[in-house]
Design a protein around this ligand. Structure first.
Ligand code: NAD
Length: 353
């Protein structure tokens, strides 16, 4: 199997590359990434010698149709897994346009190239598939009860989720209109190694280690449904292998947490690991809430569990401890990431306001 994995140097994309090459010993992956501030080639520096032989990196943009066409043809790609995206809600509030360029137009570019390369005289070549990695955020926000199913109407509330929802609609439209073999996965909040430090869990770990404020939006009682990134990767693998063409699959681990409780949990684990008394709840600082902040997400993943036999394997307790340990053990990675563009952005938006 030959995969084109776009956004391979981001958080989930890089975890997926490791996971897939380890699990499928014959598989070959062409990884494409534009290397934005969130993309980091270092994320793939731990590939084994065998994995390196089966992985090739290409720096490029999913909006570059000619390049995508060239790669599909040169490597005779079977499956495209599209992780490439602008992914941070806060950034989408400050600069929506970039989000539309990559998350909408980039996906349309991929779809048009796929249509050109994989459809011959009106017939789709057997065994090819386009997988769009989407998010539960396309469904909007929930009240205190209920969960998102695949039938929940799409109702995005941030420029980020609106761009992801638009891409989902395009992907489904290409399936309906042209019969394109596609699947969409909509997963809840991921955590794990290699996550960029602007996202909640790594941000809190890294700030706490430096005794910096732990900024919490509003009352901190927003609820997110957390899943370990490797459980997400296993779900994507199953969707590639067995997902029914044209279907959407929700992915979530039934693990709802208020943001503030996660932060307290991180403090507790960090204190245990480091014995540092200065890591304590006095570091928590409530800041002005994000505009349009979704209150609660919760994912019903019955469909993927019943139809594809997926279920989450990593408990939050273990996954979070392992993740914190990973950040403690990878200080060099963190230092590189936290310099430059990220530091400027963080200081502008979280420190100077
Ligand atoms: P990320 O921001 O860590 O990684 C995105 C990657 O895409 C980066 O390596 C970046 O350089 C690359 N990229 C951006 N624009 C590009 C372009 N135009 N062409 C090629 N590469 C480009 O994001 P992530 O957290 O790994 O998320 C990956 C995907 O999963 C996204 O589509 C996101 O919407 C989705 N998702 C994320 C989560 C989560 O909790 N992180 C949950 C559900 C779904």
């Amino acid at each position: 199997m030959k995969l084109l994995v776009t956004g391979c140097c981001g958080f989930i994309g890089s975890n997926f590359v490791y996971y897939y090459l380890e699990k499928h010993k014959e598989a070959q992956i062409i990884g494409l990434d534009k290397l934005t501030y969130a993309g980091n080639l270092d994320n793939l520096s731990k590939l084994s010698d065998d994995q390196k032989k089966r992985f090739e990196f290409v720096r490029g943009d999913i909006n570059n149709g000619e390049l995508i066409e060239y790669l599909i043809e040169k490597y005779d790609i079977d499956v495209i897994v599209n992780f490439a995206a602008e992914s941070h809600v806060d950034r989408s509030i400050y600069n929506p346009r970039e989000f539309l360029e990559t998350n909408v137009l980039g996906v349309q570019t991929l779809l048009d190239v796929v249509r050109k390369k994989w459809n011959k005289n009106g017939k789709w070549i057997e065994g090819k598939k386009f997988i769009q990695i989407s998010t539960d955020e396309v469904y909007g926000t929930l009240g205190p009860s209920g969960k998102f199913t695949e039938k929940t109407p799409i109702s995005p509330r941030s420029p980020y989720s609106a761009s992801k929802a638009s891409a989902d609609l395009l992907v489904l439209a290409y399936h309906e209109t042209y019969g394109m073999p596609v699947n969409i996965t909509r997963c809840s909040n991921n955590y794990g190694p290699y996550q960029f430090p602007e996202k909640l869990i790594p941000l809190m770990i890294l700030n706490a280690l430096e005794h910096k404020n732990l900024p919490i939006y509003g009352d901190g009682r927003q609820i997110r449904d957390w899943i370990h990134v490797l459980d997400h990767c296993r779900a994507i693998d199953l969707v590639i292998e067995k997902g029914k063409v044209g279907e959407v699959y929700n992915v979530g681990a039934d693990n709802e947490w208020e943001n503030i409780k996660i932060v307290r949990k991180i403090i507790e684990i960090l204190r245990e690991f480091t014995k540092d008394e200065e890591i304590n709840e006095n570091l928590i600082k409530h800041v002005k809430d994000r505009p349009g902040h979704d209150r609660r997400y919760a994912i019903d993943s019955t469909k993927i569990q019943h139809e594809l036999g997926w279920k989450p394997e990593i408990t939050f307790e273990k996954g979070l401890r392992d993740t914190i340990k990973w950040y403690l053990d990878n200080k060099e990675w963190i230092e590189k990431i936290r310099s430059g563009e990220y530091r400027d952005w963080y200081e502008k938006h979280y420190v100077s306001e």
